[in-house]
Design a protein around this ligand. Sequence first.
Ligand code: GLV
Length: 309
Amino acid sequence: MINIAVVFADEKERVNWVQALQAAFDESAIEAKVSAYKAESPADTPFKADYAVGWLPPAAFFAAQPQLKAFFNAGAGVDAILRSQTVPADLAIYRLEDAGMGLQMAQYCALECLHVLGQREAYAADQQHARWQQREPRDALDYPVGIVGMGVLGQQVAASLRALGFPVHGYRRQDDAPAQWQGFLQATRILILLAPLTEKTRGMINAEAFSLLRPGGWLINVARGPLVVEADLLDALDRGSLAGASLDVFCQEPLDPSSRFWKHPKVRITPHVAACTLLQPAVKQIAAKMMQLIGGESPSGKIDRKLAY
Ligand code: GLV
């Protein structure tokens, strides 16, 4: 019998995950008991878990579960859990790999790129003034897309945008040489961020990066807010060196009502929804990985604690 703990702050989310994970194991040959860990009343959950799944468990959870063999992060990014510093240094952590997020990211990025290509901002303004004005069409070939972070999600976004006619190139952290980074930016008009947040990537999109992009550049951030120096972004937008930005993530979330981003005419905001964790595909993937571990295999998606992703 293996014990699995489900650790989410939200009660409804806990219930859904417990049911779905239990169902996945009930259909298998492995005997498992899935239970919710209630951060608000830890004494109600006295079990000792072999594996846990969830989002940002409280410090008390890890302290009470020294026997835990692995933690499965119910999301693609692990920056938050690694930053919490309560996770034992030798605990295996797994992240979600795609699990329905690749398609969502591709759809979100396609919508934003087509918004730019289709000059929708300008046509919306024309509509406000009842102005029938056919503008010179834009050619996707003039809007090369550069993707920072060519992992599972980045590759799916790249394939979708190529199918829509955009030239796409990617930048990987391993390509680290400064000349390559500059060349990548100089060849980019629409910059898409899909990289993990680590000490190496924090603040990498700064004034210098904006100045290197092709004129009329556009930023799409669907990764993590702190990849971008937000003051530099506002400055680039104000000065017109950047035509606009589609922002799903911010340094501080929820975005403060007083933030200048809200009312900035060149900014399109969504509240961290570019790719949501979908219960069924996520549970299916995590249950399969747990079963691999139980069978002595090494599932993919394990975090390299040195690289922090
Ligand atoms: C969401 O931001 C995630 O990391 O899955």
